[in-house]
Design a protein around this ligand. Structure first.
Ligand code: TRP
Length: 516
């Protein structure tokens, strides 16, 4: 190993690490995306595939990602380079480019959330303004929806997005030294917010029926491959896997850390939160007789606000609570995404944190601003409770349904077949109370890769069979605005080229410094 050694931050306590890792995992994915996905597959039908995905894929991959970081004390590209050479490093950078895209649009969504939070203090629950930019007359839409569209038709989201970036920089400026205290406050706070929302939700008249829907199993949908595709993507996303985020966080752990137990605790905290968030959301929607929506963004910005707007009392207070919760949960996740990229670049090029954060935030802000103004792409945004075709939605499709799974698959193959999963398993076992048996090798070498390949193959087949994602929508634009028709292809090409070219260029560009 090279002799060079530079000081590397370290978590002050195990609790601090677990709070930060669970803060990364608990985010928008837990509160709104999970409910939207669960609803799409019939509520209770989603739970079994989801739980299987958690135990068969989620926790084992979390052990791998934590293990890699703790073992190599490097961010993702550096640690994969250690165990699998250039091939590994390429995957690490490929993941980083995906993480950069995710960071940009995740922060865009948080910018919109901030706008809705400001709005909740007044205008949001009252306005019913005309929005000429979207061809909407006064009274066309329920208030929160009108408010949202009105906000989107202005430049305000760019300012909100800049504010969110500013908070990210503030929290990340000294690495774990500043991330740890922030998550120590934010994470407990969001549990409290969530518990208040649940109590309110299930005590509303009829609220309990939403809970029934969420927990009534339906085994027949399990034959549908789309359910598994949804469950696998959701488990990667919600646990912040498949981006190297957990590797980056675990690289700041002291040498002798209990990786297995940390993985189990983090995963269970996350999925526990998701489970109870489902209770709050479905009960509120049912009590207020609002039909949930399968699309994640409409769930966040139209459906739930509409549900809250129908509450018998305290509408503004619950609106503030809901958007405040999303903001807290989202910030502790976006910080981890920014740290994923920052730590990789820092490790690789030996730049100072200040310079790395400065450059990453500037590029990131520009990206988030592009995602924030959907009308630039799609001037006739839909008003039926979806956002129509946006850059954000198109990019999310490729990162969420493919990027995460491809990276998870590559990770398992590199560790399982190139480096040797037994070495990682023995390392992890040497400091862990829970001992991983040989079954873990079988899982990493055969079971997880086969499942991921199956689901990816089905998805790719779907793109060919049903047409590229977004094409059916874009076909509506047969005349006029021509970018709309090519947007699905342009975004797909941009995604695949950016990841691959980024991966090739960055591999072997700098040198990794050793940290002890
Ligand atoms: N887990 C977060 C959520 O549920 C999102 C997130 C943060 C994430 N970091 C990630 C997703 C890394 C994938 C990879 O909202």
């Amino acid at each position: 190993m090279p002799e060079k050694s530079v000081a590397r931050g370290q978590w002050k306590s195990r609790v601090g690490f677990i709070l930060a890792a669970s803060g990364s995992a608990i985010g928008l994915g837990n509160i709104v995306f999970f409910s939207a996905n669960a609803y799409r597959f019939g509520g209770g039908a989603f739970y079994l595939p989801y739980l299987i995905a958690l135990f068969v894929i989620g926790i084992p991959v979390m052990i791998l990602e934590f293990g890699l970081g703790n073992f190599t004390r490097h961010a993702f590209p550096g640690s994969l380079s250690r165990i699998a050479g250039n091939k590994g490093e390429f995957i690490g950078w490929w993941a980083n480019v995906n993480a950069a895209f995710l960071t940009m649009y995740y922060i865009t969504i948080l910018g919109w959330v901030l706008g809705m939070l400001f709005g909740s203090f007044g205008a949001l629950w009252k306005t019913s303004v005309a929005i000429p930019a979207f061809g909407l007359a006064e009274g066309d839409l329920a208030n929160p929806v009108a408010f949202f569209f009105q906000m989107l038709s202005t430049w305000k989201p760019v300012i909100f997005v800049a504010i969110i970036w500013f908070f990210n920089i503030l929290i990340i400026r000294k690495g774990v030294e500043t991330i740890e205290p922030a998550t120590r406050i934010f994470v407990p706070l969001m549990w409290i917010f969530m518990i208040i929302l649940i109590i309110r939700g299930v005590t509303l008249d009829n609220g309990i029926h939403g809970v029934y829907l969420l927990f009534t199993p339906n085994f027949s949908v399990m034959k549908n491959p789309a359910v598994w595709q949804g469950a696998f993507s959701q488990i990667f996303f919600t646990l912040s896997l498949g981006m190297g985020t957990m590797t980056a966080y675990a690289s700041y752990l002291p040498r002798k850390s209990d990786v297995t137990q940390n993985s189990v605790i983090t995963s269970l905290l996350n999925c526990g939160f998701e489970y109870i968030a489902g209770l709050a959301i479905f009960s509120i929607l049912f009590a207020c007789a609002v039909v949930p929506q399968a699309s994640t963004l409409s769930m966040t910005f139209f459906i739930l606000p509409r549900g809250i707007g129908e509450m018998p009392a305290g509408v503004a207070a619950f609106g503030i609570l809901f958007f405040g919760l999303l903001l807290l949960a989202g910030l502790t996740s976006s910080v981890s995404l920014v740290e994923t990229v920052v730590s990789s670049i820092k490790d690789n090029f030996g730049w100072t944190r200040r310079k790395t954060v400065g450059i990453a935030a500037t590029v990131g802000l520009i990206g988030s601003a592009c995602f924030a103004l959907p009308q630039v792409v799609n001037p006739g945004l839909e008003n039926d409770g979806t956002l129509g075709l946006t850059l954000l939605d198109l990019m999310d499709h490729w990162v969420f349904s493919y990027g995460l799974l491809i990276i998870g698959l590559s990770e398992c193959l590199l560790i399982g077949w190139v480096y040797g999963v037994d070495k990682i398993r023995r390392y992890v076992n040497s400091n862990s109370r829970i001992q991983l048996g040989r079954w873990f090798n079988v899982l990493v070498k055969f079971v997880i890769p086969s499942l991921l390949i199956y689901v990816l193959a089905i998805s790719v087949w779907g793109e060919f069979h049903d047409g590229l994602y977004g094409m059916d929508y874009a076909d509506n634009y047969s005349e006029g605005y021509s970018f709309m028709r090519s947007a699905p292809i342009v975004v797909f090409a941009f995604w695949i080229i950016a990841c691959t070219v980024g991966g090739v260029i960055l591999t072997r560009k700098g040198e990794f410094k050793d940290h002890e």
